[in-house]
Design a protein around this ligand. Sequence first.
Ligand code: NAD
Length: 246
Amino acid sequence: MAVALITGASQGIGACIAKRLAKDGFDVAINHYPNESGREKALEVAKECEAFGVKAVCFAADVSKMADCEEMVKAVKEQLGSIDALVNNAGITKDKLLARMSEDEYDAVIAINQKSIFNMLKNVCPVMMKQKHGRIVNIASVAGLYGNPGQINYSASKGAVISMTKTVAKEYGRKNITCNAVAPGFIHTPMTDVLADDYKEKMLEAVAMRRYGEPEEVASVVSFLVSEDSSYVTGQVIEISGGLSM
Ligand code: NAD
């Protein structure tokens, strides 16, 4: 059975991707932040994945820490046997205009959204090289493509995710490992639930489809990118934004 490892999969888009890939027939490794609430939510996600008749195992790791990623990847290999698909989904926001943003707020977002990708790739790519097969999908954002006021930290981190995606696609293409990114726009999740209502409404004016996306609409594109149907697609960024940027 093919195995998919999804980071930050205890809620939101990551949880939805885990369930979709379980439905597709993957055994799933569900990464969660190492705290009690992350664990509880991840166990719920695992239960829903198991309902599709696959194995689902939860792994605690702070993906901004190299040692945590190293340990997690080793554990996934030991318990599930391989890593055929990696979805780098974990992410945070700490939004503020540049004038008000602290250095700590900048560094925290870069560590979790950007450095985490390096940490995961460093550990998973050697596994995929040995397997002579692999699918990597990084969750970027439209902010990484176009910038966004109040998100200099987040935009920088997601822009880096896009260039890292292309670099890995170029370095590992000949090894039969594909690496693509998706760039969601406004998706209904706990991350966007906290935004002010007037801001949410204002943002919709720029969305051609005039609605927020659902996590399932991100998961279905990720499902394609880890499947055999996308075997000749690599280094690409697919925007999932209801036509936000045209
Ligand atoms: P969310 O806050 O619901 O989920 C993020 C997950 O990442 C949580 O489970 C959280 O515990 C986990 N996480 C955070 N730091 C972690 C760490 N250090 N180690 C391990 N796990 C960690 O947010 P979401 O909306 O589901 O976002 C998922 C991804 O999609 C993020 O990368 C986000 O930047 C991206 N994204 C979201 C939207 C949107 O509109 N919601 C738009 C574009 C991109």
